[in-house]
Design a protein around this ligand. Structure first.
Ligand code: DQA
Length: 142
């Protein structure tokens, strides 16, 4: 079972960026714990602030990996290119958000990724990523 977690723009600042919304854990610390929980899963992690690089990564993994957990950050609300990439590959994709985007500004209620992903998980803090992994594991065993 091979899963990649993909983070979009500004998520490299987790731990320092608006801790009242996104918490004070770094992604690296969080991933260390997550990987220990799922020894059977081969994980990869990729982060980029650049839209085209996210598209390229989705193409690279999207025909061989078993699942993608993606937090596209602000590109969620703007990027048809990332949505088209997810739509164009075979690997199932789960959209995740740390914050509950439905409770925030109106522009965060729009998601181009939602309709092309298997489902969306939002509002559970960093645990949203683990819930995304669980969702993928459940799809694989259904
Ligand atoms: C986010 C929510 C987005 O609206 C925002 O632009 C982010 C993070 C989240 O994880 O809650 O960068 O995707």
């Amino acid at each position: 079972m091979r899963i990649i977690i993909i983070n979009g723009p500004n998520l490299n600042l987790l731990g320092r960026r608006e801790p009242g919304i996104y918490g004070s854990a770094t992604m690296e610390d969080y991933l260390e714990k997550l990987y220990l929980k799922y020894p059977e899963v081969k994980f990869d992690y990729y982060q980029s602030n650049v839209e085209g690089e996210l598209v390229n990564k989705i193409h690279e993994v999207g025909f061989t990996y078993d699942g993608i957990v993606i937090n596209a950050g602000a590109y969620t609300h703007t990027s048809i290119a990332i949505a088209d990439a997810v739509k164009g590959v075979d690997t199932p994709c789960i959209e995740v958000h740390i914050s509950n985007v439905a409770k925030r500004e109106d522009f965060r209620h729009i998601t181009y990724l939602g309709p092309v992903c298997v489902g969306t998980i939002a509002g559970f803090g960093m645990d949203s990523y683990r819930l995304g992994v669980e969702a993928l594991l459940n799809i694989q065993t259904q």
